[in-house]
Write a protein that binds this ligand. Structure first.
Ligand SMILES: [Fe+2]
Ligand SMILES: [Fe+2]
Length: 299
């Protein structure tokens, strides 16, 4: 799909079966952004548990399909399931790369896997749908925030890891309404519960991110120097608080992800150009400065 913009990014989004050269990262510094090392550490920390949430989402939405007959929503459900399956595959491989540097990364990975497998067994279908929708609120918001800060956070960074995150964040925005629509369709009258689960999901994301982040910061020696420790703490706490702030519109009864100000005020030019470049057959598996210039020129 060529993704001709400026159409809405959530319309008929494709599944892109990309496979990144994660094995080729062996031996590289996992703090992959020289523009902003704290950002690299933040995404590494946030990302450890995400593939297991993605597999949870796939199971939840596959089950929910039996209760949804709207053909457009079913098409979007197939789309998100396909996108998240490819995210999980690449990012579970990436966790193995992180485990080579961070002694506790493999434990965090295993605990996240067990947590989501357990919750698939114990949570009610309504809770599963609400947790999935609440969680997707933040992958969607993070998708836009990360792309909007490209120059500050990504400009000088490892081309493969940057390419993985640009891909992931573009797709999180594309499918950012699907879990919300499924919850509304199946449990729409339980509006208070939807909002409550947005906060439950944020608490889970923040807890997982903070423990992995401070483990990584300690391993990298950032916590030995008071200035560096302050800078690292400020980044992770500030970024999580920003997510909470951006979630404010989500608490309105009239909210829909399609209408979040970050999507409607303007579309991120990198996302628009990346979709077109990839849709035209361009190689997006590694993005250095020249490649990003090329991608932006194709828009
Ligand atoms: Fe994802
Ligand atoms: Fe997602």
């Amino acid at each position: 799909m060529s993704g001709e913009s400026p159409r809405h990014p959530m319309d008929h989004f494709p599944v892109r079966p990309l496979e990144f050269d994660v094995d080729g990262l062996a031996g590289k510094d996992p703090v992959w952004s020289r523009s902003c090392p704290e950002f690299a550490m933040f995404l590494n920390a946030l990302g450890i548990h995400v593939p297991y949430f993605e597999r949870y989402l796939i199971r939840v939405l596959n089950r929910a399909k039996a209760s949804v007959d709207d053909p457009e929503l079913r098409e979007a459900m197939s789309g998100i399931i396909g996108q998240e399956a490819h995210h999980a595959k690449n990012f579970i491989a990436y966790n193995r790369f992180l485990a080579a540097t961070y002694p506790r990364a493999a434990d965090f990975d295993a605990e996240a896997r067990d947590f989501f497998i357990e919750h698939l067994k114990t949570d009610s279908p309504r809770r599963q749908a609400a947790f999935t929708a609440g969680y997707e609120t933040f992958t969607f918001l993070a998708g836009m925030v990360v792309l909007d800060n490209y120059d500050r956070w990504f400009s000088d960074s490892d081309p493969t890891i940057k390419a993985m995150w640009v891909w992931h964040q573009v797709e999180e925005v594309e499918h950012g309404a699907v879990a919300f629509d499924v919850y509304k369709k199946l449990y729409g009258k339980h509006e208070w519960y939807r909002k409550y689960m947005v906060l439950v999901a944020l608490k889970h994301i923040a807890g997982e991110t903070l423990r992995a982040y401070f483990h990584m910061a300690r391993q990298s020696g950032y916590l030995r120097n008071p200035w560096r420790a302050w800078k690292s703490t400020k980044f992770v706490v500030g970024t999580l608080l920003r997510m909470l702030w951006l979630a404010k519109p989500v608490m309105s009864r009239r909210y829909h992800p399609r209408n979040h100000p970050l999507v409607t005020d303007r579309q991120n030019p990198i996302a628009v150009a990346w979709r077109k470049f990839e849709g035209d057959g361009g190689d997006v598996l590694a993005i250095d400065r020249e490649k990003m210039d090329l991608i932006l020129r194709t828009n």
